[in-house]
Write a protein that binds this ligand. Structure first.
Ligand SMILES: Nc1ncnc2c1ncn2[C@@H]1O[C@H](COP(=O)(O)OP(=O)(O)OP(=O)(O)O)[C@@H](O)[C@H]1O
Ligand SMILES: [Mg+2]
Length: 370
């Protein structure tokens, strides 16, 4: 066997777990001002005051969740009087699910999933906080998943108005929005009590991406495993999508590809092959945040883009029973988020007939909808 070949029990990874999604990196840079804003907003909690609510927003993979978790961990070192809870709104997407998650993290008991009313569970949460004289900071991560069905307003409203009904309760919210271009808006009733400190997470610059990727390569792989061409390729893919998560996923997959070929180095081809697999990641995240009705309509469009708008509406109405206004709203929303092209002023028009066309590949859309 050639010396260049990797033996079956050998690996290219010196520390592969740092390429996992849930790994909280020690090396977290280029987010100093955002971390500082988070610290200042939460600082009042150390003195028993209610922290300032925050609205953290930016495109996917720009370090929002990581920054909030790191600041939570820092603050936990300083105080026992504040409880920090992160709720993943993609998994817990109703008011009841959110408050169950909070309850679970406070008392370390999972509440029953049925037979308990929201109000009763919420009262238990408040009672715990008041008895223990603790402040609660809730990070509602990926809150954009709560908008389609209108749960975002409900959740925010319940948490933010708690002190009116239960004097002395101190709850503050960090709402984290993964901005995938889908417009969102809080109800004015929520707006009037939320008044957040807005913290923007812009896309990273090329050299920042290079810096972060280099650090991961250095710690995850043995020396000289990732060629500089392969490294540049990863950086250019991240630059294209703006999503660091894709870069880290690419490192893992291309390392595994090289291992599968029993190579001692990761090549550009390994990265290209890995990109094919992670290409769908973005689109699927975007599509998964749609409501069921929106998914239904998108499926119809992806299955047959030759349907005229009238025919499309008929098919949609037959499945969902929804009227034209709602249909049109969904078309608008998916047009804005660039899932479909419904520009009736020009492109979407053929002759006098209107068509709606998918923007990404129909096959890819259907794969994400599976
Ligand atoms: N500045 C950074 N330094 C090191 N690693 C980073 C940095 N920013 C992001 N990462 C890494 O990139 C990945 C994505 O980051 P994170 O999950 O925080 O993004 P996000 O903004 O919450 O994305 P989304 O909107 O999709 O939820 C994580 O694995 C994280 O460790
Ligand atoms: Mg996140």
């Amino acid at each position: 066997m050639s010396k260049d070949m990797l033996l079956w029990d050998e690996t290219l990874f010196s520390n592969g777990e740092i390429l996992e999604f849930d790994y909280l990196p020690d090396y977290f840079v280029h987010r100093d001002s955002q971390m500082q804003s988070l610290r200042f907003s939460l600082k009042p909690a150390l003195r028993g005051m209610r922290p300032v609510n925050c609205l953290v927003k930016g495109p996917p993979g720009t370090g929002k969740t990581t920054a909030v978790m790191k600041v939570f961990n820092e603050m936990k070192e300083y105080t026992d009087n504040v409880v920090f809870v992160k709720v993943n709104c993609q998994m817990d997407s109703t008011r009841f699910a959110v408050v169950s998650r909070i309850y679970e993290q406070l008392v370390h008991i999972t509440p029953p999933s049925s037979g308990v009313a929201f109000r009763r569970l919420f009262e238990k949460v408040i009672k715990y906080l008041l008895d223990a004289n603790k402040t609660l900071v809730v990070a509602l991560d990926d809150i954009n998943y709560l908008f389609p069905e209108g749960h975002a307003d409900e959740v925010m409203y319940s948490l933010l108005r708690a002190h009116e009904q239960y004097p002395g309760a101190r709850i503050s919210i960090i709402a984290i929005i993964s901005d995938v271009g889908i417009p969102y808006r809080f109800d004015p009733r929520v707006g009037s009590v939320f008044l957040p400190e807005e913290i923007a997470f812009p896309r990273y610059e090329s050299d920042e991406i290079g810096d972060i990727i280099d650090n991961r390569i250095r710690h995850a792989f043995f020396q000289d495993v990732v060629s500089s061409e392969a490294r540049d390729k990863v950086v250019s893919y991240v630059d294209m999508t703006g999503d660091l998560r894709i870069g880290i996923d690419l490192l893992k997959r291309s390392g595994l590809n090289a291992e599968r070929r029993a190579r001692r180095t990761v090549s550009v081809e390994d990265v290209e092959k890995a990109y094919e697999a992670s290409r769908l990641l973005h689109l699927c995240r975007n599509i998964k945040s749609l409501s069921d009705h929106e998914k239904t309509l998108l499926r119809l469009i992806a299955k047959d883009s030759s349907l005229q708008t009238g025919e499309l509406y008929k098919a949609f109405h037959e499945i969902t029973g929804l009227g034209y206004t709602r249909f049109y709203e969904i078309i608008e929303k998916m047009h804005v988020s660039r899932l479909i092209n419904a520009d009736f002023s020009g492109k979407g028009m053929r002759g006098r007939t209107r068509y709606v066309e998918p923007v990404p590949d129909s096959k890819d859309i259907l794969k994400c909808l599976e």
